[in-house]
Design a protein. Structure first.
Length: 199
């Protein structure tokens, strides 16, 4: 079916929240990139090399950038230390047990690299029921499969145990969405400090 105009608008809001945390000339892995790996296209001015991973994609000439059809819950088909950033945009709410994927993300990042993730608050689920019923949201978005949200403090604790630090958390879209950046220790990290912002 493809995405609706509303789906694309919401995705752009996530992209704009994530983009400032992508370094110039970065290598970026977009995990759960969706049908067309649109974030890689959106951020192309900053990206030297990008790969999108998703079970929905097909590696054809119609795709933008390199895409790989992969089940991200069964490991990432990426060499260790390959990327400056991993982005996980509106994916966390689909994962019943994200621990294994988060460990894989830590593995594929270079020292000083970062995980940039967004996810909606639980209240968004009731909004999505309405937008889907009236046709604003595509069935391809799989919003009916959202799981209970992990509290931010619990998520940061799990990421810390994996080896991440230098956390930055903020909300956007009137508090309906979260952004969390977590760093793999290295030359570019700032220690275990957690920075919280609301916009």
């Amino acid at each position: 079916m493809g995405y609706t105009s509303f789906d694309r608008f919401v995705a752009r809001c996530r992209f704009r929240a994530a983009l400032p945390h992508v370094r110039q000339d970065a290598r970026v892995c977009d995990i759960g990139c969706g049908l067309n790996a649109e974030f890689l296209r959106f951020a192309r001015a900053r990206i030297r090399f990008g790969v999108g991973l998703d079970y929905q994609v097909t590696a054809t000439g119609e795709q933008r950038g390199a895409v790989v059809c992969a089940n991200i819950t069964r490991g990432l088909p990426i060499r260790s230390g390959s990327f400056d950033h991993a982005v996980l945009l509106a994916v966390l709410e689909h994962l019943k047990d994200p621990g294994a994927l988060l460990r894989e993300i830590h593995r594929i990042l270079v020292p000083g690299g970062s995980l940039i993730m967004t996810w909606p608050s639980g209240v968004v689920d009731s909004i999505l029921i309405v937008t889907r019923a009236i046709g604003w949201t595509s069935p391809d978005m799989e919003s009916e499969e959202h799981v209970a949200r992990i509290p931010v403090e619990t998520l940061i604790g799990a990421l810390s145990q994996i080896g991440f630090d230098g956390f930055v958390h903020k909300t956007f879209e009137l508090g309906l969405n979260n952004l969390l950046v977590a760093h793999k220790p290295g030359a570019r990290t700032t220690g275990g400090k957690i920075e919280e912002k609301r916009t």
